[in-house]
Write a protein that binds this ligand. Structure first.
Ligand SMILES: Nc1ncnc2c1ncn2[C@@H]1O[C@H](COP(=O)(O)OP(=O)(O)OP(=O)(O)O)[C@@H](O)[C@H]1O
Ligand SMILES: [Mg+2]
Length: 229
């Protein structure tokens, strides 16, 4: 079976897209998968800066038609056939998706890859409105919604939990997932030192590593759900 393309979206700034991308790369590599990272946050390529050394990757601007061509060519390159593609998107990426998403949407069949979107949300309404636009622009994507535990427990996501968009997502086989909250002390360490999760798991002091282990186990449960889709 050919390897999927994961797109970590959400469009809103600061909802946790980069963190979910890093956790996903860590999960895939932990399962001995080869990963190609596509960093589309050209103004603040944080995942690229952290994972660029240990993971094959490209910086691609998805606000321009050229970027989508580049992305599709990477996905179709014979040298990447055995690799899972992981796309980290930037805030306000919806404009590029609206304009050019169809270019990717229409080539998925020829690429022989599935497009799995992890749509990261906080508890506000605009996260859901942006999701509606995204689903329309990329109708062939399988979309899972990721409630980021950083903004509160699953039960606090009342707006999403009782929404029509949730029903629409799940009707198409999408799942409603919860991403674990990581202790601030550890998250700050990982961000400021630009540590990959693997490096943090090896190098940090024992207390930080214990928290990372707890968080990682929960994140892996979530990604196991994604992998089953
Ligand atoms: N699950 C989490 N646990 C702990 N901290 C988190 C979590 N999710 C997000 N954060 C915090 O929120 C900040 C923003 O997260 P992140 O950079 O992943 O968001 P983003 O959506 O990629 O933002 P941007 O739109 O700027 O790219 C991080 O610096 C991190 O400290
Ligand atoms: Mg980011």
């Amino acid at each position: 079976m050919s390897k999927p393309i994961y797109l970590v979206g959400g469009s809103k700034g600061g909802v946790g897209k980069s963190m979910v991308t890093m956790a996903l790369i860590d999960y895939l590599q932990g399962n001995a998968e080869s990963v190609v990272l596509i960093e589309t946050d050209t103004s603040n390529p944080d995942v690229w800066k952290t994972y660029g050394e240990s993971t094959k990757g490209e910086l691609v601007n998805l606000e321009e038609a050229d970027g989508w061509i580049k992305l599709i060519n990477i996905c179709g390159d014979d040298g990447n056939k055995e690799s899972t593609i992981v796309i980290n998107t930037r805030a306000a990426n919806n404009q590029g998706v609206q304009k050019y998403g169809e270019t990717l949407n229409s080539t998925l069949e020829e690429l022989g890859r599935t497009l799995i979107a992890l749509w990261v949300v906080n508890r506000q309404r605009d996260s859901l409105e942006l999701l509606k636009d995204f689903r329309e622009a990329l109708p062939n994507a399988l979309v899972h919604v990721v409630r980021n535990g950083y903004f509160g427990e699953e039960s606090k996501y009342q707006l999403y939990n009782g929404s029509k968009i949730r029903a629409a997502v799940e009707e198409k086989g999408g799942k409603s997932l919860t991403f674990p909250d990581m202790a601030d002390l550890l998250a700050d360490d990982i961000y400021t030192k630009r540590l990959t999760i693997a490096k943090a798991s090896a190098d940090l002091p024992i207390g930080n590593r214990a928290e990372l282990k707890r968080w990682k186990a929960l994140a892996n449960v979530m990604f196991d759900e994604v992998a089953k889709s």
